[in-house]
Design a binder for this molecule. Sequence first.
Ligand code: C2E
Ligand code: MG
Ligand code: MG
Ligand code: MG
Length: 289
Amino acid sequence: QAKHDGRNTFRFYAPEMDKRASERLLIENHLRRALSRNELLLHYQPKVDSRSGRVLGVEALARWENPELGLVSPTRFIPVAEETGLIESIGDWILRTACAQNKQWQDEGIPPIVVAVNISATQFRRNDLVRTVCAALEATGLAPQWLELEITESMLMQRPEHAEAILRQLAAMGVGIALDDFGTGYSSLAYLKRFPVRNLKIDRSFVQEIHTAPSDAAIVRAVVSLAKSMDLDLVAEGVEVREQLDCLASLDCHVYQGYYFSKPVPAALCASLLRQSMPVAAGSDSQPA
Ligand code: C2E
Ligand code: MG
Ligand code: MG
Ligand code: MG
């Protein structure tokens, strides 16, 4: 409380800065109660093999529905959660909920798939990530091989020794590691050799115009060959149209996520997708773009 009062006594901002700061404070105040009020939920977006049409896994994506603020995008509330330390409890809830959901699907007789959970920079920096992951697996009964953590390249760069130690422990447990938004961060390719990474997720920005921009296709071609020679799995993010999919397939990239197959959907809808492993009509996610 004292912290907020202190912050509010500074009045040197330009008006628009002031507006941003107060909006930020509004989100923070609501976010503090989001967990106890059950306002957080997870949607799941399938990862699909374009050759078989089969769903290979799902990515858990956080959603926040607040009566006053409406549906708040994770790109807005995750940074606030990070700055305020709320990411500790929220991140833990996300991890446990995703593991519990995946275990439940297995118990319902759905063929086992991997659930991927996004890990924020702050979560990754903390020393207890491995313990938190262990606790989530233990509490839910999910076997480690059905969990994958998505991190970004920049997280590896900050404290490489720390990152390596954490990733080695997770890999030894059988938990998979994916590099999210691959190609957009600053990282040395040598890191791919050093860290036990299993999966590269080609960022949506390279996929968006892949069918019309030769430079994007060239980048994807290079990543495909990198993944192949280093024996890494590869996923293309943000596939929206057939042309992108065809282009990816011609470059020998066959696993993708994107609206073309399905938007992120609530767990129940995802379960029926998993049962059929068949495309669903677009538009089932009401989140703002
Ligand atoms: P991300 O991990 O790279 O997730 C992919 C984002 O792209 C998701 O946005 C997804 O809805 C969106 N997307 C998927 N397919 C398409 C497509 O075909 N077209 C377009 N235009 N977008 C597509 P979302 O759910 O808004 O999440 C945004 C980012 O917020 C995520 O990027 C991730 O960095 C972060 N985030 C989401 N959930 C969590 C979470 O549980 N924990 C943490 N730490 N971060 C999260
Ligand atoms: Mg992700
Ligand atoms: Mg991504
Ligand atoms: Mg991305």
